[in-house]
Design a protein around this ligand. Sequence first.
Ligand SMILES: Cc1cc2nc3c(=O)[nH]c(=O)nc-3n(C[C@H](O)[C@H](O)[C@H](O)COP(=O)(O)OP(=O)(O)OC[C@H]3O[C@@H](n4cnc5c(N)ncnc54)[C@H](O)[C@@H]3O)c2cc1C
Length: 344
Amino acid sequence: MALFKKMDNIEDDQNQVDVNGEVEHVKVLIVGSGPAGYTAAIYAARANLNPVMYEGMEPGGQLTTTTDVENYPGYPEGIQGPKMMEEFKQQAERFGTDVRFGMATAADLSQRPYTVTIDDKKKVQADALIIATGASAKYLGLESEEKFRGMGVSACATCDGFFYKGQDVAVVGGGDSAAEEALYLAGICKKVYMIHRRDELRASKIMQERVFRTDNIEVLWNSQTEEVLGDQDGVTGVRLKKRDGEEYEISVSGFFLAIGHKPNSDIFKGQLDMDDTGYINTEPGSTHTNVEGVFACGDVQDSIYRQAVTAAGSGCQAALDSERYLSRKEFEEAKAAEKEQAEK
Ligand SMILES: Cc1cc2nc3c(=O)[nH]c(=O)nc-3n(C[C@H](O)[C@H](O)[C@H](O)COP(=O)(O)OP(=O)(O)OC[C@H]3O[C@@H](n4cnc5c(N)ncnc54)[C@H](O)[C@@H]3O)c2cc1C
């Protein structure tokens, strides 16, 4: 008796649902719907792999939280983040990607097919799994910071620095990322304040030296942000508090957070190799993780570039890696079956 029957809603489908409707078997499962996930979906769908995608808590990913995206190639006039992601989705669906609402809440990668639990209920088994769950920037948690998000408050200098060309901005943080962001902004902006709550930076010596040698960066030591100030047009300044309690204000039009990111990889902890922060380790130049048939792409495996175009590029790699993996696997399984038959 066949354990699986075809799904009704997809023609010529290799994906199957079990007779009890509890476990669904799919060829390629994509978790996450940002630029990485959708690009993986476009390539996997066009390779006839019938990908199923779960969008997660933020359909469209991080770009749905921003306004203008000006650095994604192909949009000479720029494009609004949510619109761009809607176009990614349409393109993925055009080739047959089954895009579904739902969150991966658990994963079992101990045996193939790999099992992913959706919303603590449904179980999906996949021959190949593409993880594209992104990373979330950390914020200070201030009400005023939330209020001016996208109106001067940003967690990405590479993305938004250009909007503050020739203006004064602030960067919060003291590590290598904060130093990187401050140096990047110093090349665009008039003045960059680096707000740091301690009396020395955590950044590497070489990065510190580069910061100290840059004329238009001023480090505000022992200072903590109390409030992001602004009006209807956006950020106008920051109110800071020194360790000794003294409060003071600076005038800036941009407020950049550089206090770290959290990769959305918790459900794979203990099963996939990761760095200390939780970024999934992939083999250099590929999207292969330490588990055969499980691929990671986009920000969840990239602590360095974290851009839409790099995420999309690695999404393409993940789909191609999956396709090659599945076709090799099919070939090996067919050969093994042939051998077994011949030995009978
Ligand atoms: C405010 C802002 C502005 C930005 N501006 C630019 C810009 O102008 N240009 C640029 O190139 N980059 C920009 N970026 C960076 C860019 O958005 C990211 O590099 C890019 O979105 C990463 O893509 P991704 O697909 O890896 O992940 P994300 O876009 O983070 O998408 C992750 C996806 O995974 C899903 N997910 C997470 N956990 C689960 C789970 N357990 N189950 C199911 N789904 C899950 C989420 O719902 C989401 O759909 C900006 C980022 C921010 C925050």
